[in-house]
Design a protein around this ligand. Structure first.
Ligand code: GUN
Length: 288
């Protein structure tokens, strides 16, 4: 079993981004964050993204809105960010409160600033395999982890567990595309006999958002397992009262795998690194 070190690989990506950012001086890539409400996980993710942006020499700004913000107020702010030439990337932290139509909000971001890759044009370009499409950061991070840790994907059967806009759907599109060349199955919460399908996988992408959902009986020996889950479970021994576990029952599954990502320290740091890369690319394109 080989442990895929997401922290180390994310540091490589960030070092490359930082070197390219330095070459752009005096232009500074700028990512604008939008957060609605005070969901603790969202607060922590956005803080981490802001810190990382500073570390690679980028500008990050943050606009906070209360849970009660209307769609019109949010659109007004997004329109201003779209029109602001000093802003190269825009990220609206998900999830949004229930009264806001998430896809409509994501679609309000100009395609050239859609560094999260959630808009119609970004997804369409991804599926069309057009160069320069912004791929959603978490699935892009998964692919980068596989590449940089030397996992062969061509012709392999990848089973993506989860069908979200943020991970499952774009991950499936990327794995199917030229370069990865996987045979792709998407399983989800309504899939019948999910265990027997996951058991056929050479490559498992676990993105269903349920702690330790993928158990050892679902894994074919020698599979590569990428755990996208970040779940908070109660833990009285921790100061915070919780700890983070993935979607995979790591202790039982790991010994069976060819390679596996840990949680934390697997996909998580890659998401942030790919956001920085997307913002840099957006800046370079907008500046010609
Ligand atoms: N919520 C969970 N993951 C993500 C992400 O990659 N981007 C945004 N905007 N929200 C998220």
């Amino acid at each position: 079993m080989r442990l895929i070190d997401g922290n180390a690989i994310a540091q490589q990506v960030l070092a490359e981004v930082k070197a390219r950012v330095a070459l752009l001086s005096p232009v500074i890539p700028h990512v604008a964050f939008v957060r609605v409400g005070d969901d603790p996980a969202s607060v922590s993710y956005v803080t981490k993204k802001q810190k990382t942006a500073a570390e690679v020499g980028m500008q990050a700004s943050l606009q906070l809105f209360p849970e009660t913000v209307t769609k019109e107020e949010l659109f007004h702010h997004l329109d201003a960010l779209n029109a602001d030439a000093s802003v190269h990337g825009i990220l609206i932290q998900a999830p949004l409160p229930k009264h806001l139509p998430e896809t409509e909000v994501f679609n309000r971001v100009s395609p050239e600033k859609d560094v999260d890759g959630f808009g119609t044009q970004s997804i369409g370009r991804l599926v069309q395999e057009l160069p320069g499409a912004f791929a959603a950061c978490t699935p892009a991070g998964v692919i980068e982890l596989l590449r940089r840790s030397g996992v062969e994907t061509a012709g392999k059967h990848a089973v993506v567990v989860g069908r979200s806009l943020i991970v499952g759907k774009p991950a499936a599109a990327l794995l199917l595309a030229k370069g990865c060349d996987c045979t792709v199955t998407i399983a989800h919460s309504r899939t019948r006999d999910l265990a027997s399908i996951v058991r056929q996988a050479d490559l498992v992408i676990a993105a269903i958002g349920k702690p330790r959902f993928i158990t050892v009986d679902m894994i074919k020996p020698g599979a590569v397992v990428i755990d996208v889950g970040i779940n908070r479970v109660p833990d009285a021994t921790k100061k915070t009262g919780y700890r983070i576990v993935g979607d995979v029952d790591f202790d039982a599954v790991a010994p069976l795998c060819e390679a596996i990502t840990p949680v934390p320290g697997g996909v998580g740091p890659m998401t942030v690194a790919m956001l920085m890369k997307n913002t840099l690319d957006a800046c370079v394109r907008q500046r010609g």
